[in-house]
Design a binder for this molecule. Structure first.
Ligand SMILES: [Zn+2]
Length: 300
């Protein structure tokens, strides 16, 4: 991946390039000041502008990342990843939309860049990197712990050539304008202005949001009166809603640990009372609906 053509400095906006030993990224600087960012051993880099963002408040803590990756590794959300991958593959999401045949996709060297705005621990990115031909993926998240985890997993799978993770502000992403073929946003706030800025013309934004019945039985075990989620297809200025798919199935949480880990991934973790939590954790296993909508927007 030619990161030097994509990444920019979060402080001054000038292009970032590798140092000679490839252990750091540095910018070309403005007004005589050059900024340097060390790469961690796992390969990620912290591109949160100092002072602009307080990682301790906005990022996931290490324990939260561990809980989420343990849950995701049960692969109960794999159908979501699978559906997103086919949705991306099926459409004309990139400027390379003439690459229709599998033969051409596999044998054509031009790579399509997918940017994950709020990538967490990289579960979906690793899945996409495996399934989508000729793609490169950059994942940004406010949590250093999350991108460190993502980066380690990418290394383990020998995906370093096609994946890169950085701690970064998804509302002010350190990348060149019009660099991405697709932006993905899974259960994360959508940074509309940034998505529009960084997408190529004809590029697409794929948003994964919770559907009405998402985790209904899980909520019923937590609250005495569960309600359906409100689902509003977000209208996004400068984008056209192109297509939408729904993914719905039942999943069995196989243990108390899995139930607890899922709770930490949801907003209910912060909202529920100790009594609610106790009620939920009185279950040893729990079957619940998984229901999401994947919405595809194209840049106008
Ligand atoms: Zn700089």
């Amino acid at each position: 991946m030619e990161l030097s053509k994509i990444l920019i400095c979060p402080n001054c906006g000038s292009p970032l390039d590798f140092s000679d030993d490839r252990r750091a990224l540095h910018c070309s600087g403005k007004n005589g000041r050059v900024h340097c960012f060390d790469l961690a051993a796992s390969g990620y880099v912290n591109l949160l502008a100092p002072g602009k963002m307080n990682n301790a408040k906005t990022g996931d803590e290490s324990a939260m990342v561990k809980a989420r990756s343990q849950f995701l590794n049960l692969n109960l959300y794999e159908p979501i990843a699978e559906s997103l991958a086919s949705f991306i593959e099926s459409g004309d999401f990139s400027s390379n939309n003439y690459l229709k045949s599998d033969f051409l996709k596999k044998n054509f060297s031009e790579k399509r860049l997918i940017l994950d705005a709020g990538c967490g621990e990289g579960y979906y990115d690793l899945f996409l990197a495996d399934k989508i031909a000729n793609c490169e993926i950059i994942g940004f998240d406010a949590s250093k712990f999350a991108v460190a985890h993502a980066s380690k997993q990418a290394k383990k799978r020998s995906f370093q050539e096609k994946m890169f993770f950085a701690a970064a502000n998804i509302f002010d992403m350190p990348v060149q304008s019009e660099c991405a073929d697709a932006v993905i946003s899974l259960f994360a706030p959508i940074s509309e202005n940034e998505s529009r800025r960084i997408l190529k013309n004809n590029g697409c934004l794929f948003a994964v949001i919770a559907g009405e019945r998402h985790l209904y039985e899980f909520k019923a075990a937590l609250y005495s009166k569960p309600v359906l989620n409100e689902t509003r297809r977000p209208e996004i200025e400068g984008f056209l809603l192109k297509d939408e798919i729904e993914v719905e199935y039942m999943a069995v949480l196989p243990s108390k640990e899995a139930i607890m880990n899922l709770l930490t991934m949801t907003p209910y973790y912060y909202k529920c009372s100790p009594a609610d939590k106790e009620r939920l954790l009185s279950n040893d296993t729990l079957e619940t609906t998984v229901h999401v909508r994947i919405i595809k927007y194209s840049k106008l």
